[in-house]
Design a protein around this ligand. Structure first.
Ligand code: NAD
Length: 300
C-alpha cells in the first residue's frame, strides 16, 4: 500500500450492499407475518438537518419495501404528549421499531423519552437496557452509527484483533457504544475527549482513528500514524463564500485532503459513515421485527 494513495472507503457502496442483503429477510418476514417490518419515526420541531435526516431515513425505509409511519410534531409539543405517543407506539403490534430524531427541543427531557421506548423496539439502541446489554456482551439492538463504523472497519481491515483503536469523542450515541463494539472485536481501545491532554500524542499511536467530535477538520495530518485507518463520523456545515449561506458545505472532523495523504484508508464526508447509519437503522428494524414476531432470519 502506497502512503500517497490512500484507499477511500466507499460508505455508499457498502451501505447499498447491506440494504440489498436485507431483502431476503424482509421477504421471509412478509411470508410469516403478512406484512413487512414497520418503522415509526418521530420528528419534533423544524431543525433543518433533522428534517433532512428523517427524510433520508423514510425514503430508504420505503425503497427497501418496509413500512414507514411518520409522526411530525410541532416544536411546542409537550413532553407528556410525546410520552403518550411513545406509549401508544409501544403497544401497537403493527410497529416494530420506534425512532425519535434527536436533538429534541430544549423543554423536552431526551433521557426520559429514550427510556420510554420499549427496548425491543429501540432501533437506535440508546435505551439503558440495550446500552447495558451492549456493555455486557448480550444480544441487543446496537446504535446505528457505531455499528456502521464497525462494519466499515471489518470490511476494510478484516480481523481487528490486537489493533489499537483511538476514538475521539465520548458521547452516549457514538463514542461509548463504539468503544464497546471494538472491545468485543478484540481491539485495544482508547477514548480521548475535550478534557484529554496532549491528544495528538495518543492519536498518533492509533492503527484505527475514529473522529466523533463535531468540529470541522479538527484532525490534522500530525495527529495520525502513517498508514492508519481513519473513520470520520463528524458532520459539520460550513458556509463558504462560493456557495453562500443557503447551501452550507458538509465537512467532517478530519481535514480530508491533508490527512488522506498520510492515511492508509479514510472515509469521506459525505459518503462514508452517513449512509451506513441509515442502512444500519433498516437492519435494526428488520432484526426487531423478526425477534418480536419469532421469525428466523439470516441477519443477526
Ligand atoms: P457530542 O457533542 O455528543 O459529543 C462530542 C464529543 O467530542 C464529546 O465527547 C466531547 O468531549 C468531544 N470533544 C469536543 N471537543 C473536542 C476536542 N477539541 N478534542 C477532543 N474531543 C472533543 O457529539 P456526537 O453526537 O457524538 O456527534 C459527534 C459528531 O458526529 C457530530 O458532528 C455529529 O453531527 C456527527 N454524527 C454523525 C452521524 C452520522 O450518521 N454520520 C451520527 C451521529 C453523529
Amino acid at each position: 500500500m502506497s502512503l500517497k494513495e490512500p484507499k477511500i472507503i466507499d460508505g455508499k457502496a457498502l451501505s447499498n450492499e447491506l440494504v440489498q442483503s436485507l431483502i431476503p429477510d424482509i421477504k421471509t418476514i412478509i411470508d410469516e407475518i403478512g406484512r413487512p417490518p414497520a418503522l415509526a419515526v418521530i420528528l419534533v420541531g423544524e431543525d433543518s438537518p433533522s428534517q433532512i435526516y428523517v427524510r433520508n431515513k423514510i425514503n430508504k425505509t420505503l425503497e427497501v419495501g418496509m413500512i414507514s409511519v411518520e409522526h411530525r410534531l410541532s416544536s411546542e409539543t409537550k413532553e407528556k404528549s410525546l410520552l403518550n405517543l411513545i406509549v401508544e407506539l409501544n403497544k401497537n403490534s403493527e410497529v416494530d421499531g420506534i425512532l425519535v430524531q434527536l436533538p429534541l427541543p430544549k423543554h423536552i427531557n431526551e433521557h426520559s423519552i429514550i427510556q420510554a421506548i420499549s427496548p425491543e423496539k429501540d432501533v437506535d439502541g440508546f435505551n439503558i437496557i440495550n446500552a447495558g446489554k451492549l456493555a455486557t456482551g448480550q444480544s441487543n439492538l446496537v446504535p446505528c452509527t457505531p455499528l456502521g463504523c464497525l462494519l466499515l472497519l471489518r470490511h476494510t481491515l478484516g480481523d481487528l484483533t490486537g489493533l489499537h483503536a483511538v476514538i475521539i469523542g465520548r458521547s452516549n450515541i457514538v463514542g461509548k457504544p463504539l468503544a464497546q463494539l471494538l472491545l468485543a472485536e478484540n481491539a485495544s481501545v482508547t477514548i480521548v475527549h475535550s478534557k484529554t491532554k496532549n491528544i495528538s500524542q495518543i492519536t498518533t499511536q492509533a492503527d484505527i482513528l475514529i473522529a466523533a467530535v463535531g468540529q470541522a477538520e479538527l484532525v490534522k495530518p500530525d495527529w495520525i500514524k502513517p498508514g492508519a485507518c481513519i473513520i470520520d463520523v463528524g458532520i459539520n456545515r460550513i458556509i463558504t463564500a462560493e456557495k453562500g449561506k443557503d447551501k452550507p458545505q458538509l465537512v467532517g472532523d478530519v481535514n480530508f485532503s491533508e490527512v488522506a495523504q498520510k492515511a492508509g484508508f479514510i472515509t469521506p464526508v459525505p459518503g462514508g459513515v452517513g449512509p451506513m447509519t441509515i442502512s444500519c437503522l433498516l437492519r435494526n428494524t428488520v432484526v426487531a421485527a423478526a425477534r418480536r414476531n419469532g421469525v428466523e432470519i439470516k441477519i443477526k
